[in-house]
Structure formats: structure tokens, C-alpha cells
Design a protein around this ligand. Sequence first.
Ligand code: AMP
Ligand code: ZN
Length: 669
Amino acid sequence: MNSVQKNIEKIRDELHLHNYYYYVLDMPKISDYDFDSKLKELIILEKQFPQYNDVNSPTLRVGGAVIKSFSSVKHDFPMYSLDNSYSKNDLEDWNDRLFKNLEDDKLEYFCELKFDGVSINLTYENGRLTKAVTRGDGVYGDDVTENIKTIKTIPLKLKGSFPSKFQIRGEIIIEKDDFLKMNKKRYLDGLEPYMNPRNTASGSLKLQDSSEVAKRPLKCFLYQIVSSKQDFKTQNEYLSNALEWGFNISSTYKLCSNLNEVMSYINYWDSNRVDLNFEIDGIVIKVNDINHQNELGFTSKYPRWSIAYKFKTEQISTRLLSVSYQVGRTGAITPVANLEPVLLGGTYVKRASLHNQDQINKLNLCLNDIVKVEKGGEIIPKIVGVDLEKRTSISKKIKFIKNCPSCYTLLSRHESESNHYCLNYNNCPVQVKGRIQHFISRKALDINGLGNETIDLLYSNDLISNYADLYDLKKEDILLLDRMAEKSVENIFNGLEDSKKINFERVLFGLGIRYVGQTVAKKIASEFKSIDNLISASLDDLILVDEIGDRISESILEFFNDQENIDAINRLKDMGLQFEIKESNLPINNILSEHIYVISGIFNNHSRNELKSIIEKNGGKVSSSISSKTNYLLGGNNIGPSKLSKVKKLEIPIISENDLMEMIKTKLL
Ligand code: AMP
Ligand code: ZN
């Protein structure tokens, strides 16, 4: 290394360190002026000697890279969500489940704040930040590395001795006072204020110009290390070490040895959270011992070794100004309360859902009443009560509408239902449009190029009146519409073409049968395998399916009884959409058909889910707990101790992932 390069490296290291003192420890050791001079010196040197470029240089903190689109990246370890609890009882239930799955009779609980921001997964290799990916859908996220590098509480280079490769997860937040400052500035600039710190943080990560991101007051708290190797024994050790390496770990965590201690921690923060300079929406409780965590593993959605405790939500009073009514795509009418705007949990609340007439009656709600509003887990706030003492003579009874606000058909209400419905299924504009909009939506046919507004436009120009019409659209017709350029039309046609590859369960969901959501669609698709089988199913056939009751079954029958629906399905079939399960979802052979496996530990070559699918594709079964029926324990590193002792007792052989592959290979030959 020559002297210029040495000097550049030295300044970089100094700046990394001072950055840490300033932003993470909040204890600057040099003046802002000295820091800025060093930074300027480095910028000049880097310009002069581009050959010594470093992708993790402190000069990147100011941003500059412009990203056209963020590439989607598969997470090495899925980012699960957390199961929720709301009371001591819920926690006790969780605790009972832990003890059922573990052999030990003592556990330690690691309690942390549940930061209300955007989660991020950072990868460090040889002490340098190499990748930053958003949570996305938990399996795939967006690569936002360049933007993340501008966040000064995230180290670009670590100090001390750290594992050569690991990932760390955290939450990106905006502090309350920074948020108020931002909004004050926006107000002075004549701009709409931002809604709340979390959404603003989330939006900031997706800005295309990283120098714009650098201007946002983003901060990051780290809380979880993930690695294919187990470097430490407990969550406590992981976090104290991460602190040494330069990560911003909130010192609010606490190790507890029983649930009473956990409850005092929760109660303490429930009453003191107003004093924090950032928003939290609860507490996260984790089993401290990593061996225990591995043994407990994950459900399809959550880690079993962790749970969130959600705080009761804030309430505020305001006036009910009026009620408006919305028609959904299934014809259900939802009354919506229009409120005098109030600030609640950092957001201006203007509207609240009232669900249905029963709800209005139950609340004994009148126009002009002073109502209590609360924001629950869902984004739309709700009215939870009326302040009867404040009711005056200007209060007026709410008269539920009699006709559909979209097509004026008289509304109907079935005795057993609490919703009013517009039954004009085939001609009510909002319903017809709503169904097509549902059909093209991301979780259904995911038709790129088409959005709700385009559907509006196509519908109001009489070009479509159901989803099958989309596939008969002609280029000339669309080009005549406002705002439609050649390129957008091409996108629409490509999107429609791609939708022909979407699997049956999503097509089924897209049809918009009342009560058939994603989970139900998945269930009936795998049960009936094709639309023809489903159409010819009787009420009894349907009710026999697990978790499908009268209400869903009747709605399915009613849907297929309507000739217009059958016609649309036939047209979609002719167009080539998927109306049956492709064989590849089923086992490809039966060589493991006699085998029941239990999977435990961490593997080098495959994830547990991959192993599960390999076994199932070859006809085997995977079970979550060991019994006398288990044939093999497929074990990786750190097999849970209770599983280990059980297999020993039952003399069940333990095989490795390589053994499994060998077994399949020999059986196939
Ligand atoms: P939810 O999205 O409500 O299922 O909650 C799970 C999310 O909580 C995670 O994806 C994290 O983004 C967030 N979270 C905030 N603080 C923590 C923490 N201390 N430990 C784990 N997750 C946290
Ligand atoms: Zn209607």
C-alpha cells in the first residue's frame, strides 16, 4: 500500500469511528467543524485517486447514487412476522406451549421494545455492509443498499472481532421530534404534512436518489442476528456483542426469569412510552437461549420462540359530522363515519369504518355526537363509544340508506346477516368494476399494466363489463382513450398474457366469489383440483372439506348457478387461463411413501422448507413431533436436545441431508 492509499484508509477509519461516537453513542469526540473538514478532505482525495475507491466509504453517507428500480432479492432466511398477544393470559398460553415443546423446566425471556418502523435485513461480510434488503413479503424483499448506506446509525465497517459473515435485522424509524420538524418545514413550504413517522420512513427507503434519502432523519435500531452458524448461546450475548461491533442497540432491553418480571417490563413501558422519542407499538418477548429457539422453530408464519405483546391503543374524542356509504365488490354496503379531523398516534384521522347497521345501533350513534375513536391493529380507525353527556339537541338519528348509492337498487338484508347488500350483481357499476379490479389485483391475477384507474376508464367507455372482456380488448380501442400511449397498451397486453401462467388457486381467488379469500381458495383448489370438479360439486361435497362451512359452500353454489359467471369462466378457459392444478404441485414419485420424517436443526445446503418439499415431492410425510411412528429424524446442526433424547429413547435413526439425497438417488436408480 502506498502512502496516498494509506492516508485515505486512515481518514476513512477515523470518520467511521467518529460517526459511531456521534450517532450511535451520542458522544462526539471532535467538533462538527473538524468532522466536516476531514470529510471534505476525503471527498477531494477520492476524486483525485478513484483507483482507491471503496464501496463502504464514509463519503457515501451523503448519497449520490440514483437507482432506477430496486431489484428483488430472495431472503436467505425468511423474515417472519410475530404472533400477537394482548394480555397476561395470552402470554401464559404461549408460555405453556413453550414448555410443551421443550424439556427444560426453566426458561429465560429476553424482552425488547417493538419499534414501530420499517424492518430491514443487513448482510455483513468481513465486517463490511454488503447488502440491505427490505422485508417485502417476507420471502422476497427489495435491495435498498445504496439508500441504507446514508443512514448514519448503520455501520458501514465494524469494529472489534465479529463473525466473518452474518445478517442482522433492525427497524428503521424517524424520531418524533425530527418528524415534527419535517412537518413544520413542509407546512412552511406550503406542502401537505406527512401522515406518520413509519410511512415516511418506509417511503424514504424507496426514493430513487440516495442524496434525498441522506436528507431524511432516518435512524436504525438493530435487534436480531441471523446466521447459518450459531456464534453465541443467547439473544443477550448476541446483542451485547453487536453493540461492541458498533451497532445501535437500544439499551431498553431486559432479561427476565419469569412471566411476572416480563409483565412488569410491559407495564413499565406501557405507561412510559409517551416519553420515548420514537414510537413503539408493543413489546417483543424472545426465548433467550438459542438452542431453545432452534428447538422451537417456526410455524408457517411466526417463530414459536417469540411473541409480540401489543399495547392497548390510544383513544381520542371528536365529532361525527356525517355518514357516507360505500358499496364493495360483493355488494356489501359499508357505512363510513366522516369525522372532524383529529391527530391520533401521529396521523390525522378523518374517517372511520362503521361496519354495518348493527354496529351503529350498538353504539347508539347519532349525527353530531362526540365519539371516541381508537386505532387498533388495522389501519382504519374505529369508533368505540359515544360521549352521551355531550349529546345536544343538534344530534340527529342516523337513517341507514334504503337504495344502493351506485345503482339505486333497493337494498336487501338477510335475517342471518348483519350487512345490507345490493343484489344487482351483474349491473351495479361499483360491483362490476370492483370485481374486475379484484381480478387484476396483485394477490389474484396480478396483471401488470392495469390499475384501478384504467379499469374505471375501460368500464366507463363500455369496453369491458366483466373480467373475461379484458382478454378481448383490441389495441385500437384502448389507444382511443385518454392518457393511453402505445407503450402502456403494450404493457397491458403483456400483463394479460403473463396472467395465463397464474396458478389455479389464484385464478379461483380472482373470480371474486363471496367469502372465498386466499386461504379458502387454496383449500378448495387443492381439494377439487379443477374448476370442472368444483362446478359439479354438491353442497355435501363442499361441506365435507375441512374448514368449509355452510356459508362458504352456499356462496360457491350460488356463484356457479349464475349463467353469466359460467360464461365468463368458459371464455377465460378458452383464453388459456389455468383452471386446474398442474401436476408439478403433486408428488413426482412415491419412493418415500412409507416414510415419516421429523426435521430438526440448521442445515448447510437446504432450508428446512426446501427439505420438507423434497420429501413431499418424493411421496414422504413430514411431521412436527417425534412419535413411535417417526421413521427418521432428519437432523442438521444443533438438533433440539429434547428431540435428540426422544429419538434415542425410541431408537429412531438420525440422518443428514446428504443421507436423504443419497437415499432418494439409490431408490430412483
Ligand atoms: P408484525 O409485523 O406486527 O407481525 O411484527 C413483526 C415485526 O416487528 C418485525 O418484522 C419487525 O419489523 C418488528 N419489530 C420491531 N421491533 C422488534 C424487535 N425488538 N424484535 C423483533 N421484531 C421487531
Ligand atoms: Zn348497486
